[in-house]
Design a protein around this ligand. Structure first.
Ligand code: B1M
Length: 209
C-alpha cells in the first residue's frame, strides 16, 4: 500500500511494528498534525464504524487505540510549539464512568503546544475531583470530554453541580467528545449553568474557543 494508506491501515489493523518508520517518512511530506487529522483519525473512524456494526471485537478496538496513542506520542515532539503556558490554565478530564481519552489527550497536546497550561486529570473523573483540581490549580477554565451517550448525561449533572456550587463566575466550561452534539450543548446545557458553556467539535475548535 502507498504510505498514507498503509498508515491508516495500521490504525485499523492495530499493527504496531514498523509504525515509527512510516511516521518518520510521512513527516517528510506533511506536518504531524495533518498526519493525525487526515490519516490517523480517519483510521479511528473506520474502527468506530466496524465496532458499531459488530464487525470488530473490543480487544481489537483496544489494539487500534494503542497504535493510535503510540503514533501520536511519536509525532508530538515534532509539532510546532509555544509551550510557554502563559495564555491561561485549563483543567481537562474525561468524565466519570468514561475511559475514552484519545480525543481528550489530543486537546491537551493542541492547547499545550499553543501557549496554554493544561492540567490533565485523566479518565473517569468525578466532578468533585475536577472542581478540587480547578480550585487548587487556580484554573481559568474547565474542559470535559466524554464519548459515551451516558457521558452526555454526566456532563449535564456536572453542570448542575457546578451551578449549585455557585462557581459560574470562576470557570467557563468547554465540552467535547463524539457523543455530544452542538445542538444538545447549546439547547439543553447552556441553561443549566449560569457561566459560559461551549461545545467544541474538535481540538482546534477547542483551541479557538
Ligand atoms: Co469505545 N465506544 N467503548 N472504546 N470507542 C465508542 C465511543 C462507540 C461510539 C463505538 C461504537 O459503538 N461505534 C461506543 C459508544 C456508544 C454509546 O455510548 N452510545 C463505544 C462503546 C460502546 C464502548 C464500551 C462501552 C464497549 C464495551 O465495553 N462493551 C467501552 C466503554 C468503557 C467505558 O468508557 N466505561 C468502550 C471502550 C473502548 C476502548 C477502551 C476499547 C477504546 C478507548 C481507548 C482509549 O480511549 N484509551 C474505545 C475506542 C477507541 C472507541 C472508538 C472506536 C474511537 C474513539 C476515539 O478515540 N476516537 C469510538 C467510536 C467513535 O468515537 N465513533 C468508541 C478518536 C478521537 C480523537 O475522537 O474522542 O471523539 P474523539 O475526539 C475528537 C472530538 O470529539 C473532540 O476532539 C477530538 C478530535 O480533535 N473532543 C474534544 C473530544 N474531547 C474533547 C474535549 C474538548 C474539546 C474537543 O474540550 C474539553
Amino acid at each position: 500500500l502507498p504510505l498514507f494508506e498503509r498508515l491508516e491501515r495500521r490504525i485499523v489493523d492495530g499493527e504496531r511494528s514498523g509504525l515509527e518508520a512510516d511516521l518518520d517518512e510521512a513527516m517528510t511530506e506533511k506536518p504531524p498534525l495533518e498526519i493525525i487529522n487526515e490519516t490517523l483519525l480517519s483510521g479511528m473512524k473506520t474502527v468506530g464504524e466496524l465496532f458499531g456494526s459488530g464487525q470488530m471485537q473490543l480487544p481489537f478496538v483496544l489494539q487500534s487505540a494503542e497504535v493510535m496513542k503510540a503514533a501520536v506520542a511519536h509525532l508530538e515532539p515534532h509539532m510546532e510549539k509555544d509551550d510557554s503556558g502563559g495564555k491561561g490554565r485549563i483543567v481537562l478530564a474525561t468524565v466519570k464512568g468514561d475511559v475514552h481519552d484519545i480525543g481528550k489527550n489530543l486537546v491537551d497536546i493542541i492547547l499545550s503546544n499553543n501557549g496554554y497550561e493544561v492540567v490533565n486529570l485523566g479518565i473517569k473523573q468525578p466532578i468533585t475531583t475536577i472542581l478540587d483540581a480547578a480550585e487548587e490549580k487556580r484554573a481559568d477554565a474547565i474542559g470535559m470530554s466524554g464519548l459515551l451517550v451516558k457521558s452526555t448525561v454526566i456532563m449535564r449533572d456536572n453542570l448542575e453541580e457546578m451551578n449549585s456550587r455557585g462557581v459560574a463566575e470562576k470557570w467557563p466550561v468547554l465540552l467535547g467528545g463524539a457523543a455530544l452534539t452542538r445542538s444538545y450543548v447549546e439547547n439543553d446545557l447552556t441553561d443549566i449553568y449560569a457561566g459560559d458553556v461551549h461545545y467544541a467539535r474538535d481540538a482546534f475548535e477547542g483551541l479557538r474557543l
